[in-house]
Design a protein around this ligand. Structure first.
Ligand code: GLU
Length: 288
């Protein structure tokens, strides 16, 4: 079981289409199934109109998952929308808290230092503080200071030390929203995801998600496959101008599913010439 897990904080763009073609292409080639999970854990940024637009754009492109949080697009499962699982996420965090694996933190982002890859680093100093109930606080999980190794199908052997990367992991923020890492690790586990295909920008997150799985007593870990992000002809990551052009806008400008799939395959260096591609050919190009 694999998944495509967009956050409904904007419209789908070509980078998402490339990710989908990897997910659907590789998973179906392996005989697996694909679920779509709407990652609306951040209630301050998720918007229902983007959620609905993701459904429409996927259907328009012909990318029909096996399971989704929408009626009429694969098997309907409302739990594939993270906001429907807040109780489950809270229960999992409470279990960890009972085991002494969660502590309160009221550090503002501005007090934290950026770690090696620019992400904020939390030393763990709140662990020994006793933050009272009435002080707004987030909840953190101590991360192991040891190497976690895994083999990525595209990026090869990896070794990551979650504590050295970002320190202790924020599982729930001070507004009560569960974070991406926590909800993603819980959901991948509960939803039986054993193949994670996503962009290379999330490769560095994998060690801490594996550390969380260990704490959640997960049996085994998924296979990971972090694909390249879209780049321009000089090899630089595609700029905002390209990625801010939504599939929706391309549709309004006369784009067809075939022209968009063809452009995605071409920009991902899966075809040598730019031109329209039907879905089977586009998926086929991502299996090579
Ligand atoms: N929700 C994340 C995003 O939209 C993707 C998460 C994942 O695939 O693990 O970037």
């Amino acid at each position: 079981m694999s998944r495509f897990a967009p956050a409904p904080t904007g419209y789908l763009h070509l980078g998402h289409v490339v990710s989908c073609l990897y997910v659907f292409g590789l998973t179906r080639a392996l005989g697996g199934q694909v679920l779509v999970r709407i990652e609306d854990h951040d209630r301050t940024r998720a918007r229902p109109e983007f959620d609905e637009a993701i459904r429409e754009d996927l259907a328009w492109l012909g990318l029909i998952p096996d399971r989704s949080p929408w009626k009429g697009l694969g098997e309907f499962d409302p739990a594939l929308r993270q906001s429907h699982r807040a109780d489950v996420h809270a229960a999992r965090l409470a279990d960890l808290a009972r085991g002494g694996l969660v502590y309160r933190c009221d550090c503002p982002r501005s007090s934290m230092t950026p770690g090696n890859d620019g992400e904020l680093f939390h030393q763990g100093y709140c662990q020994s503080r006793k933050i009272p109930d009435d002080v707004p606080h987030g909840l953190r999980i101590p991360m192991p200071d040891r190497d976690i190794t895994f083999h990525d199908l595209i990026a090869g052997p990896q070794s990551q030390n979650p504590f050295r990367q970002t320190g202790d992991l924020l599982a729930r923020d001070r507004h009560g929203c569960f974070t991406y890492h926590f909800s993603c690790a819980v959901d991948d586990l509960d939803q039986g995801v054993n193949l994670v295909i996503r962009g290379r920008d999330l490769l560095a997150s994998t060690g801490r998600q594996l550390a969380l799985r260990e704490l959640l007593s997960a049996p085994g870990s998924p296979v990971f496959c972090h694909h390249d992000l879209l780049v321009d002809e000089t090899g630089r990551k595609l700029g905002k101008r390209f990625l801010s052009t939504s599939i929706r806008k391309m549709r309004l400008d006369g784009g067809t599913p075939e022209s968009i799939l063809g452009l995605a395959a071409f920009l991902a260096r899966k075809t040598q010439h730019q031109g329209p591609l039907d879905l089977p050919s586009a998926l086929d190009s991502f299996m090579r």
